[in-house]
Design a protein around this ligand. Structure first.
Ligand SMILES: *Cc1c(COP(=O)(O)O)cnc(C)c1O
Length: 463
């Protein structure tokens, strides 16, 4: 969740969006409160009483929409009285598949369920293992567990923040059925190496692309490289609809089955409301609505241009901060041709900042008006795993040995992920990358200011 958006009251939110609209939200970033690193007062960190780099509310507000054009489709849906899945959803699916260069797309309630459906319809169930990185949102793992399968954690490469391909093969067992790479933060995984391992060991590849809209590896959109790709359209995501998700794939048979599954097991293409076809498989109901599709079609219009802006600003910001001692920005794999930059990450090393803790660094940066966070907590040791292992279903499906949580933790240790989560990671949210070049300079100046004042900040409140 974007802390900036969380902080806005609903009234602020509505004022800044529906009345002012996207034009004003963006225009406001043009009125920079001047900040000059060269002057004495301005070079004093805000947390020590200096002037802050700027006011936090100047960052582009998310989500954005264009009042004059985007609301038409939504009204059209409302006034048609057709609100359950119908033509607008089909139109959305076609547009999303076309945008990614995929043969098929299936829109569903949310990204989490797109993963659940993919895993379910690849028949990955009790006793099967899925390789997954621990540096991810919980849904990547809960989608495995809700199908009765077993997550196996593969440590990350801290330089790229992604699953480390070099560590995958050691975790493969006769029970392994799939690799679930997560293009976390919107930065692509090393797909060539992952696909080669999958081919060698006959494994499915399910790409969690929930943060990686329009990201590319070797000029191919992520989500279209493995057997199936899963996307989220939750409000904070780069294509925001409030809630929503989609699967994409070139595999017609798989997509037909996924369609059936999300519509009570009725055959592919069965219209909503039909009770005469008869279900061909066990299914459930996870359908997308016409409203969601109408918002999604409108949002899609600006996704490509926004992605270009995020790429330009991320590359520029990276160049500005990469030489500051203690700051190590993300690395991209050689074949990455475009990032989605759902987040802008770097690693913080307190040794470069006179021993100033990450927490104090984040506080000082926030005081400058630069929203930031430490990102994910360690996922693979959280109590939800033991809770699942203690459940009736898991106790019936697995041997006692396999559900021994201490042994599981031992097998699934990911020390680099722990270091990243507990000590190093710092994130900026994607909306900040929709600002101007000047804005990026401001962020870099704020970090430099803290770097210069690190010793003093460290002793704050400790006297
Ligand atoms: C957001 C997200 C999901 C889940 O998507 P929802 O639409 O919120 O259900 C899954 N995986 C990752 C990596 C995500 O960021």
């Amino acid at each position: 969740m974007n802390p900036l958006i969380q902080k806005l009251s609903r009234r602020d939110f509505i004022r800044k969006n529906s009345l002012a609209g996207v034009g004003v939200a963006l225009a406001s970033t043009g009125i920079a409160k001047p900040f000059n690193i060269a002057t004495g007062a301005a070079s004093k960190p805000a947390i020590l009483g200096g002037a802050s780099a700027w006011a936090e509310d100047r960052w582009p507000i998310w989500p954005m929409w264009d009042k004059d054009n985007d609301e038409k489709l939504l009204l059209e849906v409302m006034r048609s009285g057709v609100w359950s899945r119908a033509d607008m959803v089909t139109r959305f699916e076609k547009a999303w598949a076309d945008m990614l260069g995929a043969k098929r797309s299936l829109a569903v309630v949310n990204g989490t369920q797109s993963l659940v459906i993919a895993i379910n319809q690849l028949d990955i169930k009790a006793g099967d293992e899925v390789l997954v990185p621990p540096y991810t949102f919980i849904a990547s793992v809960s989608a495995i567990l809700s199908n009765g399968a077993m997550p196996v954690f593969v440590d990350i490469d801290p330089e790229t923040f992604q699953i480390d391909p070099a560590k995958i093969e050691a975790k493969i067992t006769p029970r392994t059925k799939a690799i679930l790479p997560v293009h976390i933060l919107g930065l692509p995984c090393d797909m060539d190496r992952i696909m080669a391992i999958a081919k060698k060991h006959n494994l499915f590849v399910i790409e969690d692309s929930c943060q990686a809209h329009l990201a590319e590896y070797d000029h191919k959109k992520v989500g279209t490289i493995g057997n199936v790709g899963c996307f989220s359209f939750q409000n904070s995501k780069n294509l925001p609809i409030g809630e929503g998700g989609a699967l994409v794939s070139n595999d017609d048979k798989l997509m037909d089955k996924c369609f059936s599954y999300q519509n009570f097991g009725n055959p592919y293409g069965t219209a909503v409301g039909s009770v005469s076809t008869g279900a061909i498989m066990q299914g459930t109901k996870l359908r997308f609505t016409e409203y969601q599709a109408a918002i999604g079609i409108a949002q899609m219009k600006r996704l490509d241009a926004q992605t270009t802006t995020r790429n330009e600003n991320a590359t520029y910001l990276k160049s500005l901060i990469k030489d500051i001692p203690g700051i190590s920005p993300y690395k991209l794999y050689d074949k990455v041709t475009r990032g989605a930059y759902h987040l802008f990450p770097f690693r913080y090393n307190k040794e470069g900042f006179k021993g100033l803790s990450r927490q104090d660094f984040l506080k000082a940066l926030t005081a400058e008006g630069v929203p930031c966070s430490s990102g994910y907590a360690v996922l693979n040791t959280q109590p939800f795993l033991k809770d699942t292992f203690d459940s009736k279903n898991y106790r019936k499906m697995y041997s006692k040995d396999m559900l021994d949580i201490n042994a599981f933790n031992e097998r699934n240790k990911c020390p680099l992920n722990e270091k990243l989560c507990n000590e190093e990671a710092v994130w900026f949210t994607q909306n900040m990358l929709l600002g101007t070049k000047e804005d990026m300079k401001m962020i870099a100046s704020a970090i430099e200011k803290i770097h210069a004042g690190a010793e003093k900040i460290k002793t704050l409140g400790k006297k």
